[in-house]
Write a protein that binds this ligand. Structure first.
Ligand code: FES
Ligand code: FES
Length: 172
């Protein structure tokens, strides 16, 4: 069995009904995909399958054969983050970062799908994602700003233009 993840093919040795989450994390070391509830309720494991957000904890890996799986690593790089990754950084839309990869890929699907910048619409789109840190407002602002195709200056932030410590590696 072979699946495509972030543009590269991988041979899978796990059983066909193993979760995509398990295969990504334990066979491929793609640990940005988080194991939260592992029952479909938190959104931390969300990946894109052919551009659509899917809970990888509920996805048997065999169902991803023939599709393109995209995780947050496939959206941008630390040196060249995607517009949504930049928007999350610019708006301080993360704290511990556990929920962030899932939210970023879900937001990517929302924006690419022509989502509105209306905050209620954004909230509905990400309503299946649990964040225990941020209170959600900054996430909503980040997604709405990305919809507006705002340009983000990574040398400044939404909060303080003079004190900037931004690292775009790791989970984001
Ligand atoms: S770990 Fe998949 S939805 Fe929570
Ligand atoms: S930033 Fe910590 S769970 Fe969302």
């Amino acid at each position: 069995m072979r699946i495509e993840v972030n543009g590269a093919g991988h041979n899978v040795t796990s059983p066909p009904l193993a979760s995509l989450l398990t295969v990504l994390r334990e066979e491929m070391d793609v640990t940005s995909v988080k194991a939260g509830c592992e029952s479909g309720g938190c959104g931390a494991c969300t990946v894109l399958i052919d551009g659509q957000p899917r809970r990888s904890c509920l996805t048997p890996v065999v169902t991803a054969v023939g599709s393109e799986v995209t995780t947050v690593e496939g959206l941008g790089t630390p040196d060249s983050p995607s517009a949504i990754q930049q928007s999350f950084i610019h708006h301080y839309a993360m704290q511990c970062g556990f929920c962030t990869p899932g939210l970023v890929v879900a937001a990517t699907a929302y924006v690419n799908g022509g989502g509105s910048d209306d905050l209620d619409s954004v909230a509905e789109a990400i309503s299946g994602h649990v964040c225990r840190c941020t209170g959600y407002n900054k996430i909503l602002e980040a997604v709405a700003a990305a919809v507006k195709s705002s340009e983000f200056d990574l040398s400044s932030t939404a909060v303080d233009k003079n004190t900037v410590v931004i690292k775009t590696g790791g989970a984001v």
